[in-house]
Design a protein around this ligand. Structure first.
Ligand SMILES: *Cc1c(COP(=O)(O)O)cnc(C)c1O
Length: 401
């Protein structure tokens, strides 16, 4: 028997929402989502324009505010994250910056996880303090450190889990609980897990941000980002005025690519994770590899938490700490023949990089060590190729002539 509710979009399962969520066909009845590559919109008469601006009528006025293709992407992603609304941005960093700047003011305090993507680290430790916002960083996996930091009032908490590139797992539900007791809003960067594996809003987070550039596009084509939340007053009072007046809007073309990317997100993420686990298991304990850091391995300190929080999977990123430090890491990267050297991630193509000298080069040695970025660390973004070919490439690069 069919469940009558399952025909109502509000009750669609995620796989259905990914393919059909937010679809609003034009009178031409196209099969695929239409691409509205238009910066502005026209009005039948002057009074219609006036009504659009005073809020009497809801219609598209300008793509810095809203655009129909962006709306499809936003609604589709909102359904997957279980969020009341989603605002698309030009990149993941535009999303991080807007989500933070729109809600803090001089004198506020922000508490953030220490293990962060390096541009998130810059926004928190360089940009916010310029405007009189103080920022305290805590080791993300240390619940006691969060509890101590959140005994004094804070306006906002920021974290990513798993973290880029050290793959620390933060206990999102516990941190949200601690943060809410001091009145802080929690912003979670969900780029590594994607809504397929992790739904921070269900764990208590107030705001979720994405770099859609990564797994949501999934094929390395476009930059994009998103901010999602259920908090209508955050949207109306903080986020919307900030986005509409400062303009980090996503191009409708990129929104179209992202909306199409979402159609296959579930299938792709599961395939990425299966292959990542196969590689992590095969490389764990191998000569030349000092440690394999992967939340899906039993030996990872955050394994049990990751399995609970991330739908039983470890994600698509594997970090290898190689014996022999930077020379060994460079030798390994230079010997790869299938996997490309690239600082991007979340692509169908497997990509490898050396965070200490590329993405996280800006951090000094002490800060790199604190974040777990050792000289021998190689970050592997596991793609959609056959696991056997990837393993052969990695093993040949490790053993090399
Ligand atoms: C890549 C990344 C970002 C930034 O996203 P862009 O789309 O490159 O601006 C933010 N957070 C994390 C965890 C990332 O991996």
């Amino acid at each position: 028997m069919t469940d009558p509710d399952s025909r109502d979009p509000a009750f669609w399962h995620p796989r259905t929402a990914m393919v059909r969520g937010g679809l609003a066909r034009s009178p031409n009845m196209e099969t695929a989502e239409a691409l509205y590559l238009s910066s502005g919109f026209v009005y039948p008469d002057a009074d219609a324009a006036r009504r659009a601006f005073d809020g009497t009528d809801t219609r598209y006025v300008y793509s810095r505010f809203r655009n129909p293709t962006n709306a499809t992407f936003e609604q589709r992603l909102a359904m997957l994250e279980g969020a009341r609304f989603c605002r698309a941005t030009a990149s993941g960093m535009a999303a991080v910056t807007a989500a933070l700047l729109c809600q803090v003011k001089a004198g506020d305090r922000v508490v953030a996880a220490r293990e962060l993507f390096v541009s998130c680290h810059w926004v928190l430790t360089e940009l916010l303090p310029r405007f009189g916002v103080s920022v305290d960083l805590v080791p993300g996996a240390d619940v006691d450190a969060w509890a101590a930091a959140l005994t004094s009032p804070a306006a906002c908490v920021f974290l990513e889990s798993p973290s880029n590139p050290a793959l620390e797992i933060v206990d999102i539900a516990t941190v949200c609980d601690l943060a809410h007791r001091t009145g802080a809003r929690v912003v979670v960067d969900n780029a590594f897990a994607t809504p397929v594996l992790q739904k921070p809003l269900d764990l208590g987070a107030d705001v979720v941000i994405h770099s859609a550039t990564k797994f949501i596009d999934g094929q390395g084509r476009c930059l994009g980002g998103a901010i999602l939340s259920n908090d209508e007053s955050f949207d109306e009072e903080c986020l919307l005025p900030f986005l509409r007046n400062t303009g980090p809007a996503l191009s409708p073309f990129n929104a179209w690519v992202m909306a199409k990317g979402l159609e296959t997100l579930d299938l792709r993420v599961r395939a990425h994770c299966d292959t990542a686990l196969t590689l992590a298991r095969a490389l764990d304990g191998r000569p030349g590899v000092r440690a394999v850091r992967y939340p899906g391995l039993e030996g990872h300190p955050g394994h049990a938490l990751a399995m609970r929080q991330m739908n039983g999977a470890g994600g698509a990123i594997v970090a290898l700490d190689l014996e022999g430090g930077q020379p060994a890491a460079f030798r390994f990267l230079d010997r790869l023949r299938l996997i490309d050297i690239s600082n991007n991630l979340g692509d169908a193509k497997s990509l490898a990089c050396h965070p200490a000298t590329t993405t996280h080069q800006r951090l000094d040695a002490a800060e790199q060590t604190a974040q777990g970025i050792t000289p021998g660390l190689v970050r592997l973004s596991v793609g959609l190729e056959d696991a056997r070919d990837l393993l052969a490439d990695v093993e040949a690069a490790l053993d090399g002539p």
